[in-house]
Write a protein that binds this ligand. Structure first.
Ligand code: ADP
Ligand code: MG
Length: 140
């Protein structure tokens, strides 16, 4: 087992419905620690750059519009196998396929407005954490 860090985003559908505390409780109950956190309203350029890996996908334009539609909370989660553990707590991308008890099963509105983002590999986690946070903002 290794202690890892992963990048998490509470998406605009979650901030709009005042769900940040309920979602953070899921992370903490599962043993992940929030070692950095800030609330931002992403610009189109910032959201577009963050999701650049999806720019050829049909949903890219809508995704960028959604991610800039309201505030987000970006955070770094730390713990044993944090990348995979966070993906488990989040549940499947499409809430219709998400397991009971997961964030997306309980809170997501749709496949797009699915409440949370989580890095999908240790390598991407390092890039995504560095996209939003400098070293001194992460307090383990
Ligand atoms: P995940 O967030 O589970 O890693 P992806 O990386 O595949 O999923 O997609 C990034 C985000 O794009 C999703 O969380 C969701 O907000 C949006 N998205 C993915 N697939 C679709 C789709 N078919 N239609 C609309 N939005 C989508
Ligand atoms: Mg993804």
């Amino acid at each position: 087992m290794t202690v890892e860090r992963t990048l998490s985003i509470l998406k605009p559908d979650a901030t709009r419905r005042n769900l940040t505390g309920k979602i953070n409780a899921k992370f903490e109950e599962a043993g992940l620690r929030i070692v950095a956190q800030k609330r931002l309203h992403l610009s189109e350029a910032q959201a577009g750059a963050f999701y650049a890996v999806h720019k050829e996908r049909p949903f890219y334009k809508d995704l960028v519009a959604f991610m800039t539609s309201g505030p987000v909370v970006v955070q770094v989660l730390e713990g044993e196998n944090a990348v995979a553990k966070n993906r488990e707590i989040m549940g499947a991308t499409n809430p219709a396929n998400a397991a009971p008890g997961t964030i997306r099963k309980e809170f997501a509105e749709s496949i797009e407005a699915n409440s949370v983002h989580g890095s999908d590999s240790a390598e991407n986690a390092a890039t995504e954490v560095a996209f939003f946070f400098s070293g001194i903002e992460i307090v383990g």
